[in-house]
Design a protein around this ligand. Structure first.
Ligand SMILES: *[C@@H]1O[C@H](CO)[C@@H](O)[C@H](O)[C@H]1NC(C)=O
Ligand SMILES: *[C@@H]1O[C@H](CO)[C@@H](O)[C@H](O)[C@H]1NC(C)=O
Ligand SMILES: *[C@@H]1O[C@H](CO)[C@@H](O)[C@H](O)[C@H]1NC(C)=O
Ligand SMILES: *[C@@H]1O[C@H](CO)[C@@H](O)[C@H](O)[C@H]1NC(C)=O
Length: 371
């Protein structure tokens, strides 16, 4: 970011030189300043008249530092740890975390309860290390911390951490019970945040931290899907709208359709007060607006993207395993550990033949129901 530009420009006008001899100098500067302001106003007015895409077209006339400052302000800069705005600027974190060949990142959100040692976050990171060719994906994971504790823990063990603030939320407690007011606020803030990521031009995989990553999901995504989402239960095919989507794992391409869709989804917060983003999605998936904007929605098969509601049966196919249908934290942790143990045993079988002979499904007993 080029902040020199701002300070040197400011240096010409402010502070004024001391002493009484430079009245003229001041006048000249003021005149110059007026002309500059007028120029900016005229440019903006012209932009408003001729363009409906303000942010892209108009602000390019301004020095880039103006443009970037206004962005990092609205980014919701870091209130935790007293860090500078720049270090927590979303744009720069996404840029660092992005895959080099395509603008793509992997995003997860974390709160204090899930960052305790030996808790969900540690198991999440471990899964990348034991998964088949998933370790290299870790450097693309952006951890969005929802409170101070999660943020500090992230900084200790991970590369890309972003502190997201949520208006009116008690950040100190770090606990938000399922469907409580704070919980709903967090869920909706997440939708709004992901829209910002799309607007910055990044495709993303959003993953809850209780999703165990066992294989690289990218080859399995549909080439023609804008918005692809995992399911609690999968029926018939990937376009069948009666599939029950689960917001805990999805792949979204950045384009006008998905930005419009996320905006639309977010308005559901006011339309259906007290509802979870996932419940709202389950209703709006039928809405004619989706067809109108041409959004291609795809549901991901639980044979690959499974969960405790409907587990993948074949370890040769499974890509991710979500600890859904499981609300008690201790049970979740126990069952994710079972998944990881089973996967380690499977990966330890040295030969293809041996794998074929042994059971290729989960063997260890989980506590959470099969639903
Ligand atoms: C804002 O800063 C980023 C680097 O931090 C730079 O790549 C980008 O071009 C800047 N934006 C503008 C409009 O100059
Ligand atoms: C792991 O990935 C490699 C490369 O894609 C593949 O050849 C191998 O069969 C995979 N192993 C398992 C257990 O899926
Ligand atoms: C998907 O399944 C539904 C329900 O069986 C069916 O109506 C629809 O035609 C199927 N679509 C495709 C593309 O196969
Ligand atoms: C998105 O919209 C802008 C203007 O509204 C247009 O210039 C651009 O081509 C669109 N992008 C896509 C991918 O359709």
């Amino acid at each position: 970011m080029n902040s020199n530009c701002v300070s040197s420009r400011r240096g010409q006008i402010w502070p004024p030189k001391s002493g009484g001899g430079n009245l003229n100098h001041d006048r000249i500067n003021r005149g110059y300043f007026r002309v500059l302001v007028l120029f900016i106003l005229v440019t903006l007015a012209a932009c408003f008249m001729f363009s409906n895409n303000l942010s892209e077209k108009c602000f390019q006339f301004l020095p880039s530092s103006f443009y970037n400052i206004s962005f990092s302000r609205s980014d919701n800069s870091n209130v935790y740890a007293g860090k500078a705005n720049d270090e927590n600027s979303l744009g720069s974190i996404l840029k660092k975390a992005s895959m080099k060949d395509k603008k793509t990142v992997i995003i997860t959100t974390l709160n204090a309860a899930w960052t305790e040692p030996n808790s969900i976050f540690d198991l999440f990171l471990e899964s990348f290390r034991i998964g088949n060719q998933t370790e290299s994906l870790l450097k693309h994971v952006v951890v969005v911390a929802l409170d101070q504790k999660a943020y500090s823990r992230c900084l200790e063990v991970h590369l890309h951490c972003y502190a997201l603030t949520i208006a009116g939320l008690d950040h100190s407690s770090g606990q938000a019970h399922f469907m409580s007011k704070d919980y709903l606020k967090m869920m909706w803030r997440r939708i709004d945040f992901l829209r910002t990521v799309l607007e910055l031009g990044y495709d993303f995989v959003f993953t809850d931290a209780d999703v165990t990553w066992l294989r690289n999901p990218f080859p399995r995504f549909y080439p023609d899907g804008d918005f692809q989402i995992s399911c609690d239960r999968y029926r018939y095919n990937s376009t069948y709208l009666n599939n029950s989507p689960n917001g805990g794992f999805n792949y979204v391409k950045a384009n006008n359709r998905t930005v419009q869709f996320y905006k639309f989804w977010y308005t559901g917060r006011d339309y259906f007060p007290g509802k979870h983003d996932q419940d709202v999605l389950d209703m709006i998936k039928f809405n004619p607006f989706i067809k109108e904007i041409g959004l291609k929605m795809r549901f991901l098969d639980t044979a690959y993207f499974g969960g405790f509601c409907q587990p993948s049966k074949d370890l040769d196919l499974v890509i991710t395993m979500h600890a859904n249908c499981c609300s008690r934290l201790e049970s979740k942790i126990h069952d994710i550990k079972m998944v990881i143990e089973d996967w380690k045993k499977y990966m330890a079988l040295p030969l293809r033949d041996e794998r074929n002979l042994s059971p290729r499904t989960w063997t260890l007993k989980r506590i959470c129901s099969y639903g």
